[in-house]
Design a binder for this molecule. Structure first.
Ligand code: ADP
Ligand code: MG
Length: 313
């Protein structure tokens, strides 16, 4: 099997007293999409920023195409960035309002010394066509476009250096529901065409289900369950995953308990299992002992004491 494009081991990040990301491990094979889902504050964006080393980990390894990013110096890191691009939630914030679309799409090539001026302009035109915008858009500015169109421009920009990895953090969360599907379809098509590997983050279970081959569910900084999409949605093993699925809009009243209560503060993560304060199955042991990740079938894994006792939940 070829080495994964991205391999993260034991990744943690603290901001003073806040443990934003705790001991996160996963890997993504070439051309695959790995999803991270979880409520707001679960550490998804921090994980994304760590993976691209926009921030430094407190502990842990990040291997990108076999190279240790965590140990890399700024200059090396700058060169690597061409191979790893990011798409953010808010295309207004991520695009420079003073740059035309042409400049927006040629700048990443310029920064990384890719191509001659004429070929950069050609790449910009082609990218624009690929994301379904006319070449007349080249001389316009971001504010002249709708939210969906701006996100198309941000996607084109992310592809401008022909990256191996794209990290997309809530890329459709700011868009109207009617536009979300178009943008997601576009991202899937482009990924197929370019063979790009993707880390895809969303709080929305349906979006992650549509996009991802493999999914990690995060709660208060930790991955509590991980596995192939069909296992996560068809046979969720962790009570948190089960509750999230039961709470998803459009699901009707399932047999399983919906998610109740508020997510605890990251300043005061509960002892033992972090989910126990909202878990319908919590018992004594859950307050004392943190559950370890347990291997299930088909590459699925979950961290819950109920699995140790082979009690079906
Ligand atoms: P998500 O993207 O899943 O909503 P985040 O990764 O943004 O979660 O945040 C995880 C936790 O880390 C939250 O409690 C958040 O308040 C905290 N956090 C994130 N960034 C910082 C920062 N720069 N300084 C302090 N706390 C932060
Ligand atoms: Mg976030």
């Amino acid at each position: 099997m070829p080495a994964p494009v991205l391999e993260v081991r034991g990744l943690s990040k603290s901001f003073k007293a806040v443990k934003a990301v705790r001991n996160v491990s996963f890997s993504i094979a070439k051309g695959r999409t790995f999803g991270i889902v979880g409520e707001s504050g679960s550490g998804k964006s921090t994980t994304a920023r760590l993976v691209l080393r926009l921030i430094d980990p407190t502990t842990g390894d990040i291997r990108f195409q076999g190279v240790d990013l965590a140990a890399m110096r700024q200059e090396e890191l700058r060169r690597q960035r061409r191979h790893m691009q990011m798409i953010f939630q808010d295309p207004f914030g991520s695009l420079n309002g003073r740059m035309t679309v042409r400049e927006t799409l040629t700048e990443p090539q310029l920064v990384h010394g890719i191509g001659a001026p004429a070929s950069r302009a050609e790449v910009a035109r082609n990218l624009l066509a690929e994301v379904g915008l006319p070449s007349s858009a080249l001389d316009r500015f971001p504010h002249e476009f709708s939210g969906g169109q701006r996100q198309r421009i941000a996607i084109a920009r992310a592809l401008a250096t022909n990256p191996e990895l794209i990290v997309a953090d809530e890329p459709v969360s700011a868009l109207d529901v009617s536009v979300q599907a178009q943008v997601l379809n576009l991202m899937r098509d482009l990924q197929d065409r370019h063979g790009t590997t993707m880390l895809f983050i969303s709080h929305d279970l349906r979006v992650v289900q549509f996009m991802c081959d493999e999914i990690a569910v995060m709660y208060l900084g930790e991955i509590v369950e991980q596995g192939p999409r069909d296992r996560i949605y068809g046979a969720p093993a962790h009570p948190y995953t089960q509750a999230l699925l039961a709470s998803a809009p459009g699901k009707g009243a399932g047999k399983r308990a919906r998610l109740s209560g508020e997510i605890p503060s990251a300043h005061a993560v509960p002892s033992g299992c972090a989910f126990r304060t909202r878990c319908p199955h919590a018992h004594e042991r859950c307050a004392i002992e943190p559950p370890v990740m347990r291997q299930l079938d088909d590459g699925q894994q979950a961290a819950c004491h109920l699995l140790d006792q082979a009690v079906s939940v």
